[in-house]
Design a protein around this ligand. Sequence first.
Ligand code: APR
Length: 237
Amino acid sequence: MTRISVGSEDRVFVLTGAGISAESGLPTFRASDGLWEGHRIEDVCTPEAWQRNPALVWEFYSARRAAGAAAQPNPAHIGLATLESRLGDRFFLCTQNVDDLHERAGSVRLVHMHGELAKARCSWECGKAPVEDCKVYTSLDEVSRCSCGGRLRPHIVFFGEIPLEMGRIKKEIRNATLMVVVGTSGSVYPAANFVHWAREGGARTVYVGPEPPLNASAFTHVVEGKAGEVLPGLFVV
Ligand code: APR
C-alpha cells in the first residue's frame, strides 16, 4: 500500500473533483451513467443556456440540490478533514465540486472554484454577494429576484465563465510542497493545469483515482484506487 509522508515543513494543497463524491452516490460528469446524460452541457451549464431557458437550468440544479442533500460524506472527505485537523494552516483544499460534502465532513480551509449548489446570486451581476439558497424549485415563478430586479441564478461557474478565487488558489499553489489531486479527469481547465504549476514550484504531486487522469504524466505518483479506500490510510504525518 502506498504511503505519502507529510513532514513538519510540508504545505499541502489538495484539489478534488467529482470522483471524490462518487462513493457518496453522486455521479461523476463524464461517466456513462453521468450527470449530463439526458442533458447536453450547452443546455444547462452555459451563460447562453441561462439566457435561453432559465427554467431548465433551475430544474437541473434543483435536482442536483436534492441529490446533494440526500448524500453523506464518505471516508475520503473525512480523511481530508482529518489531515486538515493535523496540519492546520499548512493545509488548503480547492474543490471543483459544488456539493457541500467537504464542509459536512469538517473541512474549513477550502474554496469552491466552480461555485456552490446551496447558494444563488443575481444574474444581472449587480455586485451583491451570493445568498444562501438550497430550495428545490419546481417552477421559475418560485425563484426570487435580487433587490436590483435581476433574477437569482445558481451560484455555479458555467462553462465559459471564470472560476472563483483564482488569486488565492494560485498563492496557495505557489506555497505548496505537496499537491494531492483526487478524482478528477484532468480535462477541464484551469484546474487541469494546477499540477503543472505545482511542479514548476518544485512540489511533489500525487494523483488518487481508479484510473490515470488525462494529465497523468505530470504527477510524481499516481495511486490507482477509489478515493474512499485510498485516502484514509495514505498520509503519514
Ligand atoms: N474515487 C476517485 N476517483 C474516482 C472515483 C472514486 N471512487 N470514481 C470515479 N473517479 C474519477 C474518474 O476516474 C474520473 O477521472 O473521477 C473522475 C471524474 O471525472 P469527471 O467526471 O470529468 O469530473 P471532474 O474532473 O471533476 O470534472 C471537472 O468539469 O463538468 C465540469 O464543472 C464541472 O467541476 C466539474 C469539472
